[in-house]
Write a protein that binds this ligand. Structure first.
Ligand code: ADP
Ligand code: MG
Length: 610
């Protein structure tokens, strides 16, 4: 066969393979066109999952009669005119190939009536009526007069009618519909001021009225998403991110709820997914995935959207900078110590705040005799601190004066009361109960302490200062010969994390010191835990990329065990440490460490109208 130039329709059919792989992809392109045309109302009607029909009507700027054919021609666009425009592109479309591709593989009717002059099309004038143009498999007809208000209707029937190979790849009607609905949801998320109505086989399935960004997220992703997430809003340089990220305690294994928009465009970007995964690394069990809905904006020339015809892949000019920015914005938010009330949702916070100010006027608060002043508590803590600083619970045998129960708040105003309040009791050796301005605080003492110890270990290791506690009597352990061989070149590395281990025979070691932070843990168990990890990963990896996992294991051993009796000062010290600890709202495995039960909730429980 000799070389020849392919006919235009065939070129479009080939291009369609990339742009229009399934009905949802065609729908996405059409919705983008409506949004680029400034539509505030978009009506979508589908039949048979979009395969039989996709009909989209908008109230955008419309297309003049003489440009109808151009709109359906390859590489014809009103959105860019030069390379400079391409580098600055702010519209969703710019390649000028979507409509031509769709028209090459379906029966299409384009009906449009152009509206008043508009900034997107400076030489527009009001058309007296609409015009319609029919295209079948790429064969253009002549425009004929039609009736409709300002805006555009694109009616696509029998998608893939002339490309049977493609048609064979389509899934069931329900699946194709689900993809279409997802395409609508995505555009709806990033364009809250536009109303979207989607119907399938004659029945309305989705209806999103114009709303604020937050209200739209609630409409599209549901109340559960809203109440399980915290708001993020950060900016640096030309970069801004705002949106919502899941509270670690509410995360699930699913990756379905990861919505990212860059300059209003839905994107799937590995770099962004990675930055978010990293931001959650320390608060989420590795089998769980974060959920989020994030809107990232940056100057158009900072991102290349012309990577693939479907335009869901992008390339950042400064990808490292974007990664760092996102990682830090989210990590900081998640790390906020308990004082920031990070485990609460925005609405719950508003609730507790209301309750707090309400509670401040409660007569019982001022009339009740103060049983403990802030000073007394501080003294108790100061006494306790040197012992408590380490593992937190070392000092109870020191004949410490037990502070009386804190049953009321210091009279000197709510501002002085610590966020997690003062301990009142220990429940079944597992939970610490405390009273704060909002009501009752319930703490899982092991989980909370584990996080405290973990964060301290990390900080100590970062500062290259892990104090060791020399054991009075070295502990001798019989171990696997392989383990001994594995650790022998790494004794120094182990010493850096506080373990002084010497090899006493091919199958035994002696432990002379353990990290001071873990001095209350059983040294034999602790060493076995380290050796176990050593056997699995090797010391080198353990001290480098698995360092945090190792520290988490150690923290678990070092944290106070269930059924350990705690005195009130010990409990208070734990609460104060939690307030000062990053990510204290979750244990190392991502489970919550404490809960607030507000007075209002308690009142409701007792049907006590206030
Ligand atoms: P692109 O969006 O990349 O420019 P398309 O093939 O999607 O390419 O559309 C071609 C042109 O048709 C657009 O540039 C625009 O001028 C016009 N057009 C398409 N859909 C609409 C619409 N709903 N309202 C107004 N103009 C439209
Ligand atoms: Mg387009």
């Amino acid at each position: 066969m000799s070389i020849r130039v392919l006919p235009d329709v065939l070129i479009s059919q080939i291009a369609a393979g990339e742009v229009v792989e399934r009905p949802a992809a065609a729908l996405k392109e059409i919705l983008e066109n409506s949004l680029d045309a400034g539509a505030t109302e978009i009506q979508i009607e589908l039949e048979q999952g979009g395969v039989k029909r996709i009909r989209v009507s908008d109230n955008g700027c419309g297309i003049p009669r003489d440009e109808l054919a151009l709109a359906l021609t390859r590489h014809a666009t009103s959105k860019i005119a030069s390379l400079a425009d391409l580098e600055q592109v702010a519209s969703l479309g710019f390649r000028g190939e979507a409509l031509a591709s769709i028209a090459a593989i379906a029966r299409v009717q384009l009906t449009s009536r152009s509206a008043s002059p508009d900034h997107t099309r400076p030489n527009h004038t009001d058309a007296e009526h609409a015009w319609a143009l029919q295209v079948d498999g790429g064969q253009l007809g002549e425009p004929t007069p039609a009736a409709r208000g300002a805006g555009t209707t694109l009616d696509i029937q029998d998608l893939f009618f002339n490309t049977p190979a493609r048609r064979k790849f389509l899934k069931t009607e329900a699946t194709e519909y689900a993809h279409c609905a997802e395409a609508v949801r995505r555009q709806a998320l990033s364009h809250p001021d536009t109303t979207f109505v989607l119907s399938h086989n004659g029945r309305v399935q989705l209806r999103f009225h114009a709303a604020t960004a937050a209200a739209r997220v609630r409409q599209v992703l549901g109340e559960a998403f809203e109440s399980n997430t915290v708001a993020v809003d950060a900016a640096a340089g030309g970069l801004r991110v705002f949106g919502w990220v899941i509270r670690p305690g509410a995360a699930t294994a699913s990756r379905d709820s990861q919505h990212v928009f860059v300059n209003g465009r839905y994107v799937r970007d590995k770099l962004i997914v990675h930055a978010l995964k990293e931001a959650y690394r320390d608060v989420l069990h590795h089998q769980l995935n974060p959920a989020y809905c994030l809107f990232i904006s940056l100057p158009p020339d900072g991102v290349d959207v012309n990577v693939h015809p479907a335009k869901t892949e992008i390339r950042f000019r400064d990808s490292r900078g974007v990664h760092q920015f996102l990682f830090h914005a989210v990590e900081r938010l998640l790390a906020a110590p308990a004082a920031a009330g990070q485990t609460e949702t925005a609405s719950a916070q508003a609730d507790t705040q209301a309750t707090a100010s309400f509670a401040a006027q409660m007569p019982w608060q001022t009339s009740m005799p103060l049983q403990v002043s802030p000073l007394q508590v501080n003294e108790a803590m100061a006494f306790y601190a040197p012992l408590g600083q380490g593992s937190g619970f070392g000092g109870q045998d020191a004949g410490m004066p037990v502070a009386p129960a804190a049953q009321s708040f210091p009279a000197s105003g709510q501002g002085d009361a610590p966020p997690l309040g003062y301990a009142i009791a220990q429940l079944h050796g597992v939970y610490v109960l405390a009273q704060n301005a909002q009501g009752l605080v319930l703490v899982d003492m092991h989980a909370a302490h584990e996080r405290v110890v973990y964060e301290k270990l990390k900080a100590a290791l970062d500062a290259r200062a892990v104090p060791a506690q020399t054991l009075l009597i070295p502990v001798a352990l019989t171990v696997d010969a392989r383990d001994v061989a594995e650790i022998s070149p790494h004794l120094e590395g182990l010493r850096d994390i506080g373990f002084e281990v010497s090899i006493t025979s091919p199958t035994s070691v002696a432990v002379r010191s353990v990290p001071w932070l873990l001095k209350n843990a059983d040294p034999v168990e602790l060493t076995r835990a380290v050796l176990h990890e050593v056997a699995e990963f090797g010391v080198a990896r353990l001290l480098a990329d698995r360092r945090n996992e190792l520290l988490a294991t150690l923290a678990c051993h070092g944290a106070v065990r269930a059924n350990r009796h705690l005195t009130l000062p010990e409990m208070n010290a734990l609460l104060r440490e939690m307030e000062a600890t990053e990510r204290a709202g979750q244990c190392n495995h991502g489970r919550p460490t404490w809960f607030q039960v507000s007075l209002r909730e308690l009142d409701a429980m007792f049907m006590r109208g206030r």
